[in-house]
Design a protein around this ligand. Structure first.
Ligand code: NAI
Length: 286
């Protein structure tokens, strides 16, 4: 049987989630997607109308199939957590069963089990503020959407993950080095995500024989990154200063995710794997 992957955090064909889906599909996996509720409509419409057909092409010429798209809001674990204003918001009211526990339950009903879980989502409402000027609410929102969301996904999906399975999240070097501009507690959220990768590797490994790794990716001009506002500068900085002076392709992150999810990586867990043209290894820019 081929493997089945659930990828949380795809809403267009520009981000790392899409590239990971493609690499997993190219390796023969069945693809399920979790899409942020407010972005669901446009994503599904674009898919249906063939807007992504060019970027769905796999190396063998076939098109990536998405078996099912689930609406998801990873800041809510169960319906009791959803405040009234969100429930009645018209972008949410049109969809149902999008809290993490409900999505896991739906996937279980539809498909039984999965082998691969990918977390490719983040959100920090105050990302453009200095950390020292971030509000408590903004900081906690960044941690909730970008770090706890992974714990929640793991908690609810682990029971339906087959032994030998693997989970992957995406992190950024701002967790460990100063990257001015990556504010609002997003650097803190990535630090939590990386630390949690280790503890969760222990817990998921012992209990379910599931591996937990994170990819520290270099800069990519995704929708989320453009919203931060300094992505072009970071891309240029990398081009000038990284050991490999070339563009970083989302596909390179996708391929690493496919490797980490495969039996080729059967002894790798609790790791932060850099896919950044080597930029993390530099001490000074030259
Ligand atoms: P993206 O915009 O393609 O992906 C982020 C996704 O998160 C979007 O689809 C958005 O709808 C979704 N999302 C936001 N809040 C959500 C919520 N509450 N529930 C469910 N989904 C939600 O952008 P990108 O950059 O590919 O981001 C994917 C991951 O890669 C993120 O964890 C990001 O921090 C990480 N990353 C990105 C880098 C970059 O330069 N683009 C560098 C290093 C890491």
């Amino acid at each position: 049987r081929g493997k089945r992957a659930f990828i949380a955090g795809i809403a267009d064909d520009n981000g790392y989630g899409w590239a990971i889906a493609k690499s997993l599909a190219a390796a023969g996996a069945e693809i399920l997607v979790g899409t942020w509720v407010p972005a669901l409509n446009i994503f599904e419409t674009s898919l249906r109308r063939g807007k992504f057909d060019q970027s769905r092409v796999l190396p063998d010429g076939s098109l990536m199939e998405i078996a099912k798209v689930y609406p998801l809001d990873a800041v809510f674990d169960s319906p009791e957590d959803v405040p009234e204003d969100v429930k009645t918001n018209k972008r949410y009211a049109g969809s149902s069963k999008w809290t993490v526990s409900e999505v896991a339950e739906s996937v279980k009903q539809d498909f039984g089990t999965i082998d691969i879980l990918v977390h490719s989502l983040a959100n920090g409402p105050e990302v453009s503020k200095l950390l020292s000027e971030t509000s408590r609410k903004g900081y906690l929102a960044a941690i909730s959407a970008s770090s706890y969301s992974f714990i929640s996904l793991l908690k609810h999906f682990l029971p339906i993950m087959n032994p030998g399975g693997a989970t992957i999240s995406l992190t950024y070097i701002a967790s460990e080095r100063i990257i001015p501009g990556y504010g609002g507690g997003m650097s803190s959220a990535k630090a939590a995500l990386e630390s949690d990768t280790k503890v969760l590797a222990f817990e998921a490994g012992r209990k379910h024989k599931v591996r937990v790794n994170t990819i520290s990716a270099g800069p990519l001009g995704s929708r989320a990154a453009k919203a931060i506002g300094f992505i072009d500068m970071m891309i240029n900085y990398s081009l000038e200063n990284a050991p490999l002076q070339k563009e970083l392709y989302a596909e390179e992150v996708g391929n690493t995710a496919a490797f980490l999810a495969s039996p080729l990586a059967s002894a790798i867990t609790g790791a932060t794997v850099y896919v950044d043209n080597g930029l993390n290894a530099m001490g000074v820019g030259v």
